[in-house]
Design a protein around this ligand. Structure first.
Ligand code: ZN
Length: 93
C-alpha cells in the first residue's frame, strides 16, 4: 500500500498532482458563487494571501469561460477578471 499516493506530499505548500477540494464550503470542487464563478479545486499551490491556497476558477458567464487562479478566501465573492472587472487572477503556469 503506497500512501500518500505518488506525487502527493504531506507538507503544506507542496504541489499536488490532482485538483482537490479545500476544507470550506466555498473551496469545494464545483462550488459556484453568486457571480457565476465556478471553483475547480486547488493543486496545492500557495495563493497570494496569508495561508491561502490558489484555486482554479472558471467564469460561467455567457460567452466568457475565463480561467484564472484565486485565493481560497476570495472565492465566495470573486468576480471574473475579464468580464466583471474583478482583480487579476493568480498566475501559476
Ligand atoms: Zn468572465
Amino acid at each position: 500500500m503506497a500512501f500518500p499516493p505518488q506525487g502527493m506530499r504531506s507538507e503544506g505548500g507542496n504541489v499536488l498532482t490532482e485538483l482537490r477540494s479545500g476544507s470550506a464550503t466555498t473551496t469545494q470542487v464545483g462550488y459556484l458563487n453568486r457571480n457565476k464563478q465556478r471553483n475547480h479545486g486547488t493543486i496545492g499551490l500557495a495563493g497570494t494571501d496569508h495561508m491561502q491556497l490558489a484555486y482554479k476558477m472558471i467564469c460561467e458567464q455567457d460567452g466568457c469561460g475565463h480561467e484564472y487562479g484565486a485565493n481560497g478566501s476570495d472565492i465566495f465573492q470573486r468576480k471574473c477578471p475579464r468580464c466583471q472587472s474583478g482583480a487579476e487572477g493568480i498566475v501559476w503556469e
